[in-house]
Write a protein that binds this ligand. Structure first.
Ligand SMILES: [Fe+2]
Length: 370
């Protein structure tokens, strides 16, 4: 007779590296704050359903009859088949198992053999928005009953100049997965001291190769938006220096809008008379310590595509410097901060609004200054 599997023996066979990642994840706040997350590029959402893992949920993303994207529970409420393996018919997603048809708002239209469903039957759905070519869902806390998605507390802010055509789409970059917690990106914005530590050197755009002799000087700031409590702003004005002297006209000023817990971040680069570049960076948490990261950027017509790519590539080079830190670090609930460190405690209090309500989970670090 086969022996039943023992949890302890399974755990013993788990690779040490995975144990380390589990322990590392446990130092952090909960991994899936409430907020908007990108689930796909709009161009990739068609009448062929897509399976996406986002914020602890497995969802099916598809485009309904009227052309709007929808997000519903990936698993059929009937017998659990994966709806993303089905097809879209009559604007509904049709289950590959018993052909139940489910509308984008989660309502079940018909059941086995095409019989009409009893009114009120539904599966879980999520609020969806299109943000300049990205399909986003609003992840909410609480038990997910089979119910219609409630209206989210806020919508992602659009850029009127993109809608109006003054800013043109210039590029996309899918950076794949990074083994980091979602919080790290946002926390980085208040860590003013690390700019001089790891972002002080100009790099060849899109690479880690330093450009000899050119240093970067940052002036940074951070504040919570007074009229939109879910928004924080980060400012980074950068000068290029050769032998300690500023190169005139070479720097740029960036205003960075952090929407909620950082699922979507918008960079507005002012090239000081040479034009404007708007870059979106998205983090989709697919596991506690794994983010899927995408970039999408726009610029004024007078900014050549190559210059826009140079500006974005400069940012990517600096962002890659942080990844090496993020993928190996833990979260210090009580960091030993210096007077010169940025407002880490303020950021963590602000961020806690997106975390689940359980008191233990809402605990934010009270920073100690030494
Ligand atoms: Fe950084």
């Amino acid at each position: 007779m086969p022996k039943p599997l023992q949890a302890g023996r399974r755990a013993a066979r788990r690779p040490a590296e995975l144990d380390g990642e589990v322990a590392r994840a446990e130092t952090y706040p909960p991994p899936y704050p409430a907020g908007w997350y990108v689930v796909a590029r709009a161009a990739d959402v068609t009448n062929r359903p897509r399976f996406v893992r986002c914020a602890g949920q497995d969802v099916a993303v598809f485009r309904g009859a009227e052309g709007r994207p929808h997000v519903v529970d990936a698993y059929c409420p009937h017998m659990g088949a994966n709806l993303a393996d089905g097809v879209v018919r009559d604007g509904c997603i049709e289950c590959p198992f018993h052909a139940w048809r489910i509308a984008g708002d989660g309502r079940i239209r018909s059941v086995t053999d095409g019989a009409p469903a009893r009114p009120g039957l539904r599966t879980t759905s999520w609020a969806v928005d299109d943000l300049h070519g990205w399909v986003c869902m609003y992840h909410r806390h609480g038990p997910l009953h089979r119910e219609a998605a409630p209206e989210p507390p806020y919508r992602l802010q659009r850029v009127p100049e993109i809608d109006g055509g003054a800013l043109l789409h210039r590029g996309d970059y899918d950076a794949g997965g990074v083994r980091m917690h979602l919080l790290e990106f946002v926390e980085n914005s208040v860590d003013f001291q690390h700019f001089d530590a790891i972002h002080d050197q100009l790099r060849v755009p899109w690479t880690n190769v330093p450009v000899p002799g050119i240093r970067l000087q940052h002036r940074a700031g951070w504040h919570v938006d007074e009229s939109e409590p879910h928004v924080a702003w980060f400012r980074d004005d950068v000068e290029l220096l050769v032998r300690g002297r500023v190169i005139p006209g070479a720097g740029a000023d960036a205003r960075i809008r952090i929407e909620g817990p950082g699922g979507v971040v918008r960079f507005d680069f002012d090239l000081r008379g040479r034009g404007r570049v708007v870059l979106f960076q998205s983090h989709t948490p697919i596991a506690p310590l794994r983010q899927r990261i995408r970039f999408r950027w726009f610029s004024e017509r007078r900014v050549p595509k190559l210059l826009a790519s140079y500006v974005v590539g400069n940012w990517i080079s600096q962002w890659r410097r942080d990844i090496g830190i993020w993928e190996r670090k833990i979260y210090r609930r009580k960091p030993l901060l210096l007077e010169t460190d940025g407002p880490v405690g303020q950021l963590r209090r602000w961020y806690s609004q997106f975390l689940p309500d359980a008191p233990a989970e809402r605990e934010t670090a009270e920073a100690r200054t030494v």
